[in-house]
Design a binder for this molecule. Structure first.
Ligand code: SGN
Ligand code: CA
Length: 496
């Protein structure tokens, strides 16, 4: 093998599903201080943390498609869940495979049935959204149900593949977790982890959505829209282990009797106390918020353990120095901000996504990067590190200069966003928008036609729509012009 090839870095790309920045302690939120992620923090400590990392469209499929291609949905053909990704189009795993890498993906796929066509040397992906307990996987040989907990199974598969790979070739391993996606079922060993923890309630949990019409009509409110059985695991009465509204019983029915008993037993005391108490609507909303966070954060403990196991594997096998490790999520998530769960909106909590990258010797430990970056930048970054030419059609830009401590003068000053799916699950009005380091302009279209402007510096919670503020007239004109410039640049003419 040529020397240059032997030195090319391995890439371990770990992605979770719906992991909010607020739940990753390296980002330092009050919630994460009560539910720390020490192994994820290791990556930030060893390498870089992106303080301004965003997605192109805050939804699973579109995000994955953007990451694989380095292009917005209007170019890669995937704008909403349910679209079919064309696996034969250019992607970074395929480009690296063609350049001599060994490639593998384990875990969530969700942009079609399977990754056939992308030439992975090994793949084993969850069927559809995937389940937490005893999930079904699609493999080249058909479908198989594995006994166990999804996060652990996916980690085992990744490690097993590393054990059996060809050590003479560089590798790409993509470990894509289901967690912490809805319906938030923790591993058996973490069932009671946070049941006695009281998490801080966001100031805008009881948001009245004044001046924000699209926010007012959504269906992603923790109190109103979560399924009391399926999501919150609330039972029908004191002493009962029967779940309240359980829209998709499959998540529980697939458990063994022992798994299910352990799961419900762990919650019995808390459920009984809830059922025994007369609560006002407001008290019930707050109770649900706590139960939601307890479950959501407990699923992240397993993700954190998975990352710890993978990092330890690299250490004990002498691979750490020559492996780029990336941790990200397909998007951010609401943990009660505006009263919500889910994502989709261009508001901060779901527009942002965590991004941590280590590459010892190449990225200074403890680096913090405040430049605006987006998930279309991952593909060109990996191609760049693998020594490949980035095709002109790629719309993102390599993060390598930023990771090496440089700040190119022509780095982007604003980001474009476009969300399409409606009404889907959560009735989020389609919208597009532009964000710079300080301001954000959003254009909602379809069921609601409106514009919003936020000052992220003075109004981080995005409660005050400044669009009609006379003091902002010039800014609104400038930002509308910037929106048009970005739409022309990215070739998207479909926003309302
Ligand atoms: C499921 C969830 C929704 C979620 C979508 C998309 N409902 O349909 O709440 O918005 O996935 O999520 S569930 O009760 O079936 O879990 S995504 O991350 O795959 O885009
Ligand atoms: Ca997701």
């Amino acid at each position: 093998m040529p020397v240059a090839q032997a030195r090319r870095p391995n890439i371990l790309f770990i992605m979770s599903d719906d992991h909010a920045l607020q739940a990753l302690s390296a980002y330092g939120s009050p919630i994460s201080r009560l539910a720390p992620t020490p192994n994820l923090d290791r990556i930030a400590h060893n390498g870089a943390l992106f303080e301004n990392s965003f997605v192109t469209n805050s939804l699973c499929g579109p995000s994955r498609a953007a990451m694989l291609t380095g292009k917005f949905g209007n170019k890669n053909g995937f704008n909403q869940n349910g679209d079919q990704f064309d696996n034969y189009q250019p992607t970074w795993p395929r480009a690296l495979k063609d350049a001599g890498y060994q490639t593998a993906i384990v875990g969530k796929w969700h942009i079609g049935h399977d990754p056939k066509g992308m030439k992975f040397d090994y793949w084993k992906v969850l069927r559809d959204q995937g389940e937490y307990y005893n999930p079904d996987f699609i493999t080249p040989d058909g479908e198989v149900r594995e006994h166990g907990y999804a996060t652990d199974l996916i980690t085992d598969m990744g490690i097993d593949w590393l054990d059996h790979r060809d050590p003479d070739k560089p590798f790409v391993l993509m470990v894509h977790h289901k967690a912490p996606h809805r319906n938030w079922m923790p591993a058996p060993r973490h069932l009671t982890k946070y049941l006695n923890t009281k998490f801080p309630v966001p100031d805008n949990f009881f948001d009245d959505y004044e001046g924000r019409d699209a926010a007012a009509i959504q269906a992603m409110n923790v109190h109103r829209n979560m399924y009391e059985g399926h999501d919150l695991k609330m039972t029908t009465g004191v002493g009962s282990s029967k779940l309240r509204y359980n829209r998709w019983p499959g998540a529980f029915d697939r458990m063994t009797p022992d798994q299910r008993k352990a799961f419900m037993d762990a919650l019995q005391q808390s459920n009984d106390a809830m059922n025994a108490k007369e609560m006002t609507q407001r008290e019930m909303a707050l109770w649900k918020y706590q139960r939601y966070l307890q479950q959501y954060l407990a699923t992240i403990v397993s993700v954190d353990e998975s990352v710890g196991r993978l990092l330890d594997y690299l250490d004990t096998h002498g691979l750490t120095d020559n492996t780029i490790v990336v941790y990200t999520s397909d998007q951010g998530f609401y943990l009660g901000e505006h009263g919500w769960f889910d994502k989709r909106f261009m508001y901060e909590e779901s527009f942002r996504t965590p991004l941590l990258i280590q590459y010892p010797g190449h990225i200074k430990p403890g680096t913090k990067i405040d430049s605006l970056v987006q998930n279309i930048d991952y593909a060109p970054t990996f191609m760049d590190y693998a020594g490949l030419q980035v095709p002109d059609a790629v719309q993102g830009r390599s993060l390598r200069p930023l990771l090496e401590g440089k700040k190119p003068a022509d780095w982007r000053k604003s980001l474009y966003y476009h969300y399409y799916e409606y009404p889907a699950f959560h009735r989020v009005t389609p919208h597009c928008g532009v964000r710079d380091q300080r301001y954000k302009l959003i254009h909602f279209y379809g069921p609601i036609e409106s514009w919003e402007l936020f000052d992220e510096q003075s109004d981080r919670e995005e409660m005050h729509n400044l669009i009609d503020d006379p003091a902002q007239v010039t800014r609104v004109v400038a930002m509308k012009r910037e929106l048009l410039r970005l739409q022309a640049k990215y070739g998207d003419q479909s926003c309302g």
